[in-house]
Design a protein around this ligand. Structure first.
Ligand code: CP
Length: 361
């Protein structure tokens, strides 16, 4: 490869968000003396990534460490996914998840078989997901699937023997999005990694949305419960009386992190350090916008150093007037997706050893 091509690849991999905060991976890496918890990542080899509850704090931090390394160094020359084929099977619309997974694979020299719409498969002729899973066993080494049916995971796994990465299942979970969200937060404030985060660095999280029916929000909160030393309170702001839902009720009750539910955003907004906002819910077999009366814009009463996360796509709940402010962590959050997905794929496909110069504790 010529120097010119290598430089073009390095520059393209370093491309980041155009507006809002720019997060450096170096500070996060330096907080661990540049070391990666390889043992925690090795546990992921051959595993499916289905729900956030399969992670502990150590693994979330290890994935963030490797993501930071991949973001800060040009590892393309190591070709860590050479010879591997990823199948991205998307039976539901996506901008970020499918394309960032595919970019992650291609940048590390793997290959992609892409199903951008389930209607181009035998589903259109009545084929079952279980039979499609059987076919995938011979076509690829890992399957990344999004599907509107919450039960799709069990269905495809009736026959699928390859690792499956859940890229969003109905109103179920979106575990890789939650890892991306936490990667952004840990880069923004590396002290949050510590079980003994200094008091002045601990955060009050506000959730504007309905975790019970919004998979990305639900998965984010689930990971937040791992950071007991860093999250001092979680406030859910929702139009609904019970926005939390069955999956989260018990974990929230059992967590030492205090939780409250309010419906007036004005009373709590000035106290929040991190605001996670989303309005799109997947209910039954279609999208709906919930919590539409809550809107954030440049006139919202935010703490001066508060940051906003949003899994995107957005609607009117998040005004473009915030894009050029330091409250905007959502573009940096989205920009980190390729590196988190690379870290996951390298770990699941057991190719950590092909990345040169990883130093371990
Ligand atoms: N965050 C997210 O899941 O975005 P897409 O729906 O565009 O994949």
């Amino acid at each position: 490869m010529s120097d010119q091509v290598a430089r073009a690849i390095a520059l393209s991999a370093a491309a980041t968000n155009s507006k809002g905060q720019h997060l450096s991976p170096t500070e996060l890496l330096n907080s661990f003396d540049g070391k990666i918890d390889r043992d925690a990542l090795k546990e992921l080899a051959g595993q499916s990534i289905l729900e956030p509850r399969q992670f502990d704090r150590r693994t979330v931090v290890a994935i963030a460490q490797l993501s930071a390394l991949l973001e800060s160094r040009n590892v393309e020359m190591d070709k860590p996914l050479d010879g591997k084929i990823a199948i991205t099977a998307f039976f539901e619309a996506s901008t970020r998840t499918r394309l960032s997974f595919e970019s992650a694979v291609l940048r590390l020299d793997g290959k992609v078989l892409s199903v951008p719409d389930g209607q181009v498969t035998g589903i259109a002729k009545g084929e079952s997901l279980a039979d499609i899973g059987e076919m995938f066993n011979t076509y690829g080494d890992v399957v990344i699937m999004r599907h509107p049916d919450t039960n799709c995971i069990d269905e495809i796994r009736k026959n699928l023997q390859r690792p499956l990465i859940n890229a969003g299942n109905g109103s179920g979970h979106h575990p890789t999005q939650a890892l991306i969200d936490w990667y952004a937060l840990l880069k923004w404030r590396p002290e949050l990694c510590s079980p003994n985060c200094p008091e002045e660095k601990r955060v009050h999280l506000g959730i504007i949305g309905t975790p019970g029916s919004m998979r990305a929000v639900k998965s984010f909160v689930r990971l937040a419960l791992l950071f007991t030393g860093a999250v001092k309170k979680i406030t859910v702001i929702s139009e609904l009386a019970d926005p939390v839902g069955l999956d989260l009720n018990e974990p929230l009750e059992e967590s030492p992190i205090p939780t409250e539910i309010v419906n007036d955003v004005r009373e709590v907004l000035p106290h929040l350090d991190v605001i996670y906002v989303n309005s799109i819910a997947f209910l039954g077999d279609s999208y709906r916008n919930l919590d539409t009366r809550y809107k954030l814009d440049q006139d919202s009463e935010l703490k001066s150093d508060a940051v906003i996360l949003h899994p995107l796509a957005r609607n009117e709940e998040l005004s473009e007037s915030l894009d050029c402010t330091d409250h905007n962590l959502y573009f940096a959050q989205a920009a980190g997706a390729v590196f988190v997905r690379q870290a996951l794929l390298v770990s699941v496909l057991d190719r950590l050893d092909q990345i040169s110069g990883i130093s371990t504790p």
